[in-house]
Design a binder for this molecule. Sequence first.
Ligand SMILES: Cc1ncc(COP(=O)(O)O)c(C=O)c1O
Length: 366
Amino acid sequence: MKKITVTTPLLPSLDKLTPYLEDIWQRKWLTNNGHYHQLLEKELGNYLGVEHICLFSNGTLALVAAMQALELKGEVITTPYSFVATSHSVMLNNLTPVFVDVEPETFNLDSAKIEAAITDKTCAILPVHVYGNPCDHQAIQAIADKHDLKVIYDAAHAFGVKKDDCSVLNWGDLSILSFHATKAYSTIEGGAIICHTLEMKQKLDKLKSFGFDSETELSLLGSNAKMNEIQAAFGLASLELIDDAIEKRQEVAKMYREALNKVSGLRCLDDIDGVRHNYSYFPIIIDEKEYGLSRDELYEKLHKNNVLARRYFYPLITEFEFYKNNNKTIQHSNDVAKSISDNVICLPMHHELDNKDIDVIMELIK
Ligand SMILES: Cc1ncc(COP(=O)(O)O)c(C=O)c1O
């Protein structure tokens, strides 16, 4: 029986990719701000509607560099309902992650709970646009302005997401993207930082290349987080496919919602007015009493039938042994996040799902 995976990579055809590879072979320039790297920064800037974008080898190192670039010290308020890369990047900078609960509607950091967690050591807020759903950026920015804090958005899921025709990536001081193969748009591994000034872009360019100013001058403790030419070429070829892929995902979301609305005990997230979504994920929340099966029972049933849905995000970051009682973190109550994490399943969501796949999945769920 065919396996229905939770996602599938957006792959450019080999016919499209090959001319890029031939040209790279001709140029013999494989990394370090090559021709295709520069072209991808330009094309992504145009596509996303952002001015300055700095490519990285992955989203995690982009997050680490973003905090370095802002020269943060102290505590960073963030969410436990994310992938561990969010809070790991805080700790990798010797900063203290302060976990604050999320909103029950969007699963994003709850702006109403941020102020109670601010201390004289707080330096920044690191919210996540979970599943690509935009955070309440006006409320977050108002708090940041009041307390003189930086805001870095983990926008790993928010490629192409717009609110009122403006990219959410323009919010805050910096935004981070991931182009991992599982994301709607990918460069196999990859990531980026979106910033507001050329000065910041140049600082980030240094931070991803050991901190060099020139061959003989070094001013920053940078890592090596450069994107190579083959990844950039893959990204350019994929960019031609992304709009169709998002449209296909939107159709899948519509079919899921229509079918799931008839099943009691299951909740899915609706589209938000004025938002151009990217339909990266399709999470559903299971109310065990009403639905009749627990989240884990449904998960097992789907997997037994080759539907490889994922419990994402589970465990909650603060439930991993590494984070539990970790005295290098500060943890506020997270009842909402815990309940979402214990009851969520992400259904298969990608551009290659067909009606038959959706029927199979819906039959199992009903
Ligand atoms: C919310 C979030 N932040 C950060 C990352 C890290 O990105 P990368 O895998 O490109 O390092 C991911 C995912 O993979 C993610 O889901």
